[in-house]
Write a protein that binds this ligand. Structure first.
Ligand code: SF4
Length: 351
């Protein structure tokens, strides 16, 4: 059983992150935030896929002013992603966002930092410090001989944390993202030995769906297995809905959280006599939005299928142009290959 490290519990909108709260799945919109309709449409699709907190980029004042309209139309906490500008941060707070992602050390003068921190404090809005390996402070880079090491990343994070703490602000989350797994894991481990603020985990610039899924599964899987991480974002060069799906599969695979149907399938081999590859994909697509916590299996033959699917609630076991449907390991139907998907969906709905 995975033992999570103890972190501070923080309220973000209507949800909690850290402490005993479930590990939260989040994502980031890739729409133009100024386009409220498109952004809301994307957030709704993400909500449907299981996204529990959403971040949007706030590059200018028009985007900042759109935040209130977006927030009114969505159900999950809205996070404003801001770089450098204290005016944008203040406007985002006025618009009612639930969390800010901004690095206090990049805001500018003490006066400006103070203004943002006090405004966030007044509305009980947490701030996430987001350290990215690619944008460390020049003096820290110089100290580490231009090498973006895990230690350098943690030093940068600690610097930003201290700025907030100076104003007695402790409503903090932190992320430390590098584009490779080793540094990411090392940096999070080091930071989690120093502070108890909740950690937002992720591997940045992980790549397209194929590579990014592998990078994130290894990196985040490793951290989660060590009990590190209170919220996660899988970064993919893809539709953000894919990020949410991958994040859930990571959590489900480690049995950390449950959501919807888990579909397992055999790899197929020379014994397979039905088109199992396409059938498994169709089952997976059909199960995506079925809100039942069950396990279904799609197996290719009667030699290994029954044994391997015994632990599934429902299973398909392929034969020659036919398939058996089993429930808790017992055969309940024999169906022609052409009707197999429809009959199986009926059984899932009944279950
Ligand atoms: Fe091959 Fe049957 Fe195993 Fe599938 S379940 S891999 S078809 S032996």
């Amino acid at each position: 059983m995975i033992k999570r490290r103890k972190t501070k519990k923080i309220k973000i909108g209507k949800i909690f992150v850290g402490g005993p709260a479930p590990i939260v799945v989040q994502s980031m919109c890739n729409t133009d935030t100024r386009d409220v309709e498109k952004t809301v449409t994307q957030i709704k699709a993400l909500q449907e896929a299981g996204c529990e907190m959403i971040r949007v980029a706030v590059p200018d004042m028009e985007a900042a002013k759109a935040l209130g309209k977006i927030k009114k139309k969505i159900k999950i906490p809205l996070v404003a992603d801001i770089h450098f500008s204290h005016e944008l941060a203040l406007e985002a707070i006025r618009q009612g966002v639930d969390k800010l992602r901004i690095n206090p050390g990049n805001i500018g003068s003490e006066e400006k930092i103070k203004e943002v921190v006090l405004a966030a404090k007044k509305k009980n809005i947490p701030i996430r410090i987001g350290i990215n390996g690619g944008s460390l402070e020049k003096d820290i880079l110089k100290k580490y001989k231009d090498k973006v090491t895990a230690k350098a990343m943690v030093e940068s994070a600690m610097r930003h944390i201290k700025i907030l703490e100076k104003y007695n602000f402790h409503n903090i989350l932190v992320s430390l993202k590098a584009s490779d797994i080793e540094r990411t894991v090392e940096a999070y481990k080091l930071l989690s030995s120093k502070v108890n603020y909740p950690l937002h985990i992720g591997v940045t610039e992980a790549g397209t769906t194929f590579r990014g899924t592998i990078m994130s599964s290894i990196g985040l899987g490793h951290l989660l297995y060590e009990g590190i991480g209170d919220t996660l974002r899988v970064s993919l060069t893809a539709d953000p809905v894919e990020e949410v799906k991958v994040a859930w599969e990571i959590l489900k695979s480690l049995k950390i959280r449950k959501r919807g149907i888990t579909v397992t399938s055999c790899p197929t081999c020379g014994r397979t006599q039905i088109d199992l590859v396409s059938l498994a994909k169709k089952v997976e697509d059909a199960m995506q939005y079925v809100d039942k916590d069950i396990h279904v299996a799609v197996m290719g033959c009667v030699v290994n299928g029954p044994g391997e699917s015994r632990e599934a609630d429902l299973a398909i076991i392929g034969g020659k142009s036919v398939g058996l449907i089993t429930k808790k390991g017992k055969i309940i139907k024999k169906v022609d290959e052409s009707d197999l998907l429809a009959e199986f969906i009926k059984e899932v709905k009944k279950f």
